[in-house]
Ligand binder design. Structure first.
Ligand code: G16
Ligand code: MG
Length: 220
């Protein structure tokens, strides 16, 4: 029986990826590294410091900065990102999500969040969704970024369910790998994702009937 659905935040509940991109582009530009939207795909679902590391490698500046300078760059990026979050409101919830949350609540299927963003509580608050989640995995307590399953496993134990009784929803390849490694069914939102159990181009196709049908195809 389907007992829980665990959501990624950025790219599934709302599209903050563009805000992350604007902030990283500014930081990268200041140290002479150019990044575009295509490169930004690699940063989806990746932690702040891992993202900065990838940007430095991309720019050939892997060894140019001290640990302290790296921490400062990451902090500066976060200030820019947090300022952009002022633009978020419930209108930024992606299509189908509010309805699915309501249906899950009605059927007493537990709802979890598995975001590696340290700003996740603030994003949920801006969207007016704080009280919709039974458990949010705390990104500050996670040792390993996606594709490691740690964040999804933490969400499962917080919800007190087995991963084999849950569906995860992700927009990033690293996130899909994390869901599959945790033993859950994976729904991918996007175009070029692999290893999903169901791939949809938009969150608008998410609803409880569709999730139950997926569950029957793969589990029952
Ligand atoms: C999100 C984004 C990533 C971002 C990460 C950390 O992950 O997809 O691009 O680097 O959070 O965010 P912060 O700097 O706010 O801690 P997710 O797991 O919600 O897709
Ligand atoms: Mg995401």
């Amino acid at each position: 029986k389907l007992e829980a659905v665990i959501f990624d935040l950025d790219g599934v509940i709302t599209d903050t990826a563009h805000f992350h991109f604007i902030a990283w582009q500014k930081i990268a530009g200041e140290i002479g590294i150019e990044i575009d939207e295509q490169f930004n795909e690699q940063l989806k679902g990746i932690s702040r410091l891992d993202s900065l590391h990838r940007i430095l490698v991309h720019g050939g500046k892997r060894f140019d900065y001290s640990t302290e300078q790296i921490a400062q760059l990451a902090e500066h990026k976060n200030q820019i990102y947090v300022a952009l979050l002022d633009q978020l409101s419930p209108a930024a919830i992606l299509p189908g999500i509010s309805n699915l949350l309501k249906e899950l609540r009605q059927q007493r299927i537990r709802i979890g969040l598995a975001s590696v963003s340290r700003n996740a509580p603030q994003v949920l608050a801006a969207l007016g969704l704080t009280n919709q989640f039974d458990f949010c995995a705390d990104a500050n307590k996670i040792q390993h970024s996606k594709p490691d399953p740690e964040i999804f496993l933490t969400a499962c134990s917080g919800l007190e369910i087995e991963p084999s009784h849950a569906i995860g929803i992700e927009d990033a390849q690293a996130g899909i790998e994390a869901i599959k490694a945790s033993g859950m069914l994976a729904i991918g939102v996007g175009q070029a994702l692999t290893h999903t159990d169901w791939l949809i181009p938009s969150t608008q196709y998410l609803n409880l009937n569709a999730l139950q049908a997926l569950w029957k195809r793969h589990v029952a």
